[in-house]
Design a protein around this ligand. Sequence first.
Ligand code: NAD
Ligand code: ZN
Length: 394
Amino acid sequence: MLDTPSQAVEDVRLQSFSVTYEYPVVFTQDAFALGNRSLVDVLSRREHHKRHRCLICVDQGVLTSLPDLTSQIENYASAHAGSMELVAPLVPVAGGEICKNDPRTIPSLLELLSRHAIDRHSFMIAIGGGAVLDAVGYASAIFHRGVRHIRFPTTVLAQDDSGVGIKNAVNQFGLKNLIGSFAPPWAIINDSSFIDILPPREKRAGMAEAVKVALIRDGKFFNWLEAHADELARFSRPHLHHLINRTAELHMRQIRLGGDPFEMGSARPLDFGHWSAHKLEQLTRNGVNHGEAVAIGVALDARYSVLSGRLAAGGDERVVNLLERLGFVLWHDMLRHCDPRGRPLVLKGLADFQEHLGGELTVTLLAEIGRGVEVHEMDEKIVGQSINWLEQRK
Ligand SMILES: NC(=O)c1ccc[n+]([C@@H]2O[C@H](COP(=O)([O-])OP(=O)(O)OC[C@H]3O[C@@H](n4cnc5c(N)ncnc54)[C@H](O)[C@@H]3O)[C@@H](O)[C@H]2O)c1
Ligand SMILES: [Zn+2]
């Protein structure tokens, strides 16, 4: 007979394993020119000699600007019929935040994946701005618990930041990126020819992320941005391409080497200037786009860094001068809107920012140009003074 233990036995077996993620980020031009092998090479990177089944979703904004894209892609697929097969005609997806706000987007993408029998060895390919990539990426991540997903970012912001990362999301309950996942893609193809057709406002927006990441990671790059602000403001092709490549590399390096790719901790190390930016996007109902909001958020937190004694005086001026030379407007009247108790509405962004990750509030500020520093408290009075400063400068 077994002895009856006098108290409950606890039997803990620790499961532990690690997985290496690997995905190529290809920088190319004219990806759908017949001789460009970027796409067929990434499709075949684990399984050669196979006809890969592909479903392709395209940002409506891209299709409108590039009406020939559909036939180009069809011709490309025919020319490479040994390696790929389009399981359906190109699927247009409404571009911009609309697709992340519309509750019908994800169910309709899932229905599409199901109808075309996309399995875990076939591919969902997204061509578009950060919003379309986020929505299609999320549907791909949850369908069959994750199907292979290839991204073609088509904006400066998506090529230098959002599109080269591993996150996706859609908006829900009025909150940005409330529902989403971490899902390393199969591959990313940054095709510079998409940037050539981008409207000026969108070209500029992505530069805010370059200023942001230079400020917290790479002082030399910040100096380069200052030295070439005029060319960048004119969207000079080689300068814009250097900006995209360097910014993408800095974002990729953080994911690769930062030690917390899936953001398990409380920090969002690259989200400098973002606590107020996300709130401004929401409060203005996307009247300011992500990049424009980031420019304001970066200016605000640069001033805060000086007023709180972290960044040497004058550093804030350098930041706002650069952003203004690039063409950003560093003010929005929404910064003045207060709740009934007279508290600026944008301050609610701090709580939202903390709530997104949980844990301790962690905000990145500047210790110097090129070096960020994490803080766990924000003084609302100093935020108010920083807002006043921006308003006086306008
Ligand atoms: N997943 C992440 O890690 C992450 C990080 C940062 C930002 N984001 C998200 O990215 C989104 C912003 O993305 P965005 O700045 O790329 O803009 P966007 O996706 O909102 O697109 C802006 C507009 O440009 C159009 N467009 C896109 N490419 C075009 C092209 N080549 N030519 C002509 N028009 C084109 C779109 O149709 C849209 O109207 C936000 O939703 C933001 O939350 C995600
Ligand atoms: Zn951003």
